[in-house]
Design a protein around this ligand. Sequence first.
Ligand code: SDX
Length: 398
Amino acid sequence: GEVTRSYDPAYMNTVACISKISYIDGDKGILEYRGIPIAQLAEKSSFLETAFLVIFGELPNPKQLKTFTKKVMTHSSYHDGLEKFISAFRHDSHPMGMMSTLMAAMSTFYPEANPAYVGANIYKDKKERNKHIYRILGSAPAIAAACYRHKLGLPLNKPNENLGYVENFLFMMDKHVTDTDYKPHPSITKALEILFILHAEHELNCSTAAIRHMSSSQSDIYTSLAGAITALYGPRHGGANEAVLRMLEQIGSKDKIPQFIQDVKDRKKLLMGFGHRVYKNYDPRAVIVKRTAEEVFSIVGKEPMIEIAMELERIALSDEYFIKRKLYPNVDFYSGVIYKALGIPTEFFTVLFTLPRIAGWLAHWYEFLDDPVNNIVRPRQIYKGYTKRDYVPMDQRK
Ligand code: SDX
């Protein structure tokens, strides 16, 4: 007879890999990249420096950072062949679908990256690996900006290699820019650097686990990244920053919050941007994002939705339903109001999660390649199905 199929929570907490990249303490709300607390990196580092740390394991010295920056920025455009893919997208295409497609398309332009063609040892040579790291990190912002401008029906802003990594992204995204010596407001650049640092890496989250799975079968790094982007797209994961803004706009005003909270308690809705598989305390990134929001608003003006977000947080943090379930704001709760204040369309918010998280995904791929075990990732299951039984001929079925 059929064994009752029950959900066994134990399997959700299996250890799926050993890593040295980032450390999270969910109860204490701690996040460290290669041992360095996220608050120190947000305050003192840049995104490219943090990407170097996360991928290669140490903070770069001045020469290393200069070389890394130069190699990444020389790739700050993308293969011409992608233009045909971009022009084929409808103007209402979701940019996360575009990004995943274009990353997979990149794999077709670089067969030398594909173990299926050139053998599994290609990545043993770190020079070979690093070539793809520079190209992926460098071209991703240009690809994202190209998607944005295609959807607006605007010509592309060719990358400006004289700008910094985040500056150049803002330059390519700016729909009003005309002259090439345009520079975004330094405080806006700093705010986005901080957001990119906060989103760069986060242990074995859903999309990072996905890339470990895919690259373990020796799929090439471009196609594996396309899968990670797909995993991040979901509203329970990176797509939450977009879902938070839609939730705030649906609530519309503070006086509608009590009804919304009741809907959550009645399990009709989720409080998007709240809760976390690991953090059962305040997400340390959310604290910094919230502070960054205030700095951005002082320059570009306050985004009205922040009022609803802060009132929602105030009510939820004092409500037994949320306290009992250890539900706190996560990294996605306040990031969307910043992106909205910067004029970025809601559907692009998860793209701004994707760009920095590429550094974390690359770091896990890099670490996996050096793992002495380096086996295909193949978790086992807990079988709760039928015990052995015979085939039933059609004329004997009910
Ligand atoms: C990210 O893993 C990572 O590291 C991810 C990430 C990263 O950097 O990569 O941090 C980025 O994905 C952050 C999470 C973004 N997602 C959202 O904000 C979507 C809303 N959150 C929920 O979908 C949920 O909290 C999850 C998916 C994030 C976590 O789900 P869990 O682990 O199942 O939540 P839980 O076990 O802690 O839930 C405990 C209780 C349950 O209620 P009961 O059945 O016990 O009565 O809390 C409830 C849940 O139903 N609950 C919520 C809720 N999240 C959990 N109720 C209302 N609103 C929510 N958001």
